[in-house]
Ligand binder design. Structure first.
Ligand code: PSU
Ligand code: MN
Length: 312
């Protein structure tokens, strides 16, 4: 992949950190524009950035602002994304060039963020939950662009599991086919975003940031181009019981079907329906897991980065 780097605009802290070989964590922005209501979206985005800094890494929130691809939003850009969420475009890979040409604002999905982060030389990325194979995909063919992006982009991607609205079994099959190792962080079962256990297994358990870093290094040394998917169960205190969540998801899917929701609107619609059905409880869970994932991603980045260059 050759990317014309003049198309990327680096935030000053990110530029500095990358130049010095210091740890950097990429953060996505669809969670800001389409994943949460205001002001939770802004608070969560700010908190994720702060948690990364507190753990000793530099956050790079990736987004498109007036058509410019930002690697590390700064100044008022985060506020703009959070408050202009209604007009900002959900920006997956098929939107990226279009948003750039139309000089629009966009929140980048896992797929688009992975592409840009890799081009920028970033090796670790944190998100809430990845997209995957939707339930009923054998008819709709709705498979998130996040999956093929994971298959070809060699970053460590920290999430709380694929979003529970998906078909988790098919999502795991897809990841296996395309060579993406799935690690459970401190667990041998796959977490399911709002809940800690989906009942499905993972490929291996990792119990420290160092252990994850070792897998990423081995993946690279062996010439494997896929990401390493690190699934970090949501903190216990804010986890929702899987059974209750499942009932809300079933109702949300039925509503989506009835209202004819399709394409890129499906994921934001289902997330909003679950938030409504839980009276905001799932939003608190989403915030907590995003924060935990940002922290773990920073810890992994610190294990990977070479020590800063000594002064000459
Ligand atoms: N996780 C959240 N909220 C979100 C998303 C993830 O808590 O909005 C976004 C991510 O950016 C993910 C995208 O990449 O949803 C997947 O959308 P789709 O299924 O349309 O590819
Ligand atoms: Mn889709």
């Amino acid at each position: 992949m050759i990317v014309d780097r003049s198309r990327l605009e680096f935030g000053s802290a990110v530029k500095e950190a990358l130049a010095q070989g210091l740890p950097v964590v990429a953060l996505e922005s669809t969670i800001i524009t389409h994943g949460m209501p205001h002001p939770d979206n802004l608070e969560t985005a700010r908190r994720a950035e702060q948690v990364v800094r507190d753990a000793g890494a530099t956050p790079a929130t990736i987004a498109v602002i007036d058509g410019r691809i930002k690697v590390g939003v700064q100044g008022h850009e985060l506020e703009r994304l959070a408050t202009e969420a209604g007009t900002a475009r959900k920006c997956s890979l098929h939107d990226l060039a279009l948003v750039a040409v139309a000089r629009q604002c966009g929140g980048t999905t896992v797929a688009a963020t992975l592409h840009i982060a890799h081009a920028a030389g970033i090796r670790v990325f944190a998100t809430g939950g990845i997209g995957g194979v939707h339930r009923g995909a054998e008819r709709s063919m709705d498979v998130s662009a996040d999956l093929p992006a994971l298959a070809r982009t060699p970053l460590a991607v920290v999430c709380a599991g694929p979003k529970a609205i998906l078909d988790l079994g098919l999502t795991l099959e897809w990841l296996e086919t395309h060579g993406v190792p799935v690690l459970g962080y401190g667990t041998n079962t796959l977490p399911a975003f709002w809940s800690r256990d989906s009942g499905f297994g993972v490929d291996a358990e990792a119990d420290s940031p160092r252990a994850v870093a070792r897998v990423l290094e081995a993946q690279r040394a062996l010439g494997l181009s896929a990401a390493v998917l690190v699934c970090n169960p949501v903190p216990e205190a804010l986890a929702l019981p899987a059974k209750a969540v499942e009932a809300h998801i079933a109702a949300a899917l039925a509503t989506a079907e009835r209202e004819g929701v399709t394409g890129k609107d499906v994921t934001p619609f289902l997330l909003a329906e679950v938030t409504r059905a839980t009276g905001g409880e799932s939003l608190a869970t989403n915030r907590a897991l995003m924060e935990a994932n940002a922290r773990l991603a920073a810890e992994i980045a610190c294990e990977l980065a070479p020590a800063p260059k000594a002064e000459a």
